[in-house]
Ligand binder design. Structure first.
Ligand SMILES: Cc1cc2nc3c(=O)[nH]c(=O)nc-3n(C[C@H](O)[C@H](O)[C@H](O)COP(=O)(O)O)c2cc1C
Length: 138
């Protein structure tokens, strides 16, 4: 069973957050897969899930949006949302709401948001989110 981190990122900022979440999960001894949204196929073998997207025109990017609309019920799966933004940052909140609606259990009510490139303090938050997700798998 593994932690899966699905992200969509145009300039690598949300991707950097995904990599930091992976670092945390791996350090905590968890198995972890970082998946570019365009390569996502299924949640098979997933014990915790983080989904990230930057914000474009106040919305989630299109591939993550489609994935969220196609995911099965999450039945209490530990979940989290994250993403980089420029000024308003709606996408991570939209992802959180959708994960909750699908029946996921948010490991943190507040998604992690990074203005522009994630600062070191945000990357540290991402690492601890990864640790939490890995812990929720054991
Ligand atoms: C066409 C376009 C529209 C955007 N719209 C928003 C927006 O509505 N709200 C916001 O907070 N940021 C907006 N942004 C800024 C991006 O979210 C920001 O640059 C982010 O850091 C990109 O992260 P990424 O590299 O992970 O895609 C927009 C950027 C572009 C290019």
């Amino acid at each position: 069973m593994k932690v899966m981190i699905i992200y969509e990122s145009t300039r690598g900022r949300t991707k950097a957050m995904a990599e930091a979440i992976r670092e945390g999960a791996t350090l905590a001894g968890g198995e972890c897969a970082v998946v570019d949204a365009q390569d996502f196929s299924s949640l098979e073998g997933v014990c915790a899930l983080a989904v990230g997207s930057s914000t474009r025109m106040t919305r989630v990017l299109p591939i993550v949006k489609r994935i969220l609309s196609e995911l099965p019920k999450l039945n209490g799966l530990p979940t989290a949302a994250f993403g980089s933004y420029g000024w308003s940052g709606e996408a991570p909140d939209e992802i959180s709401a959708k994960l909750k609606e699908l029946g996921g259990t948010l490991v943190s009510e507040q998604p992690i948001k990074a203005k522009d490139y994630p600062a070191e303090s945000i990357l540290a938050e991402c690492r601890s989110l990864g640790e939490k997700l890995a812990a929720s798998c054991s």
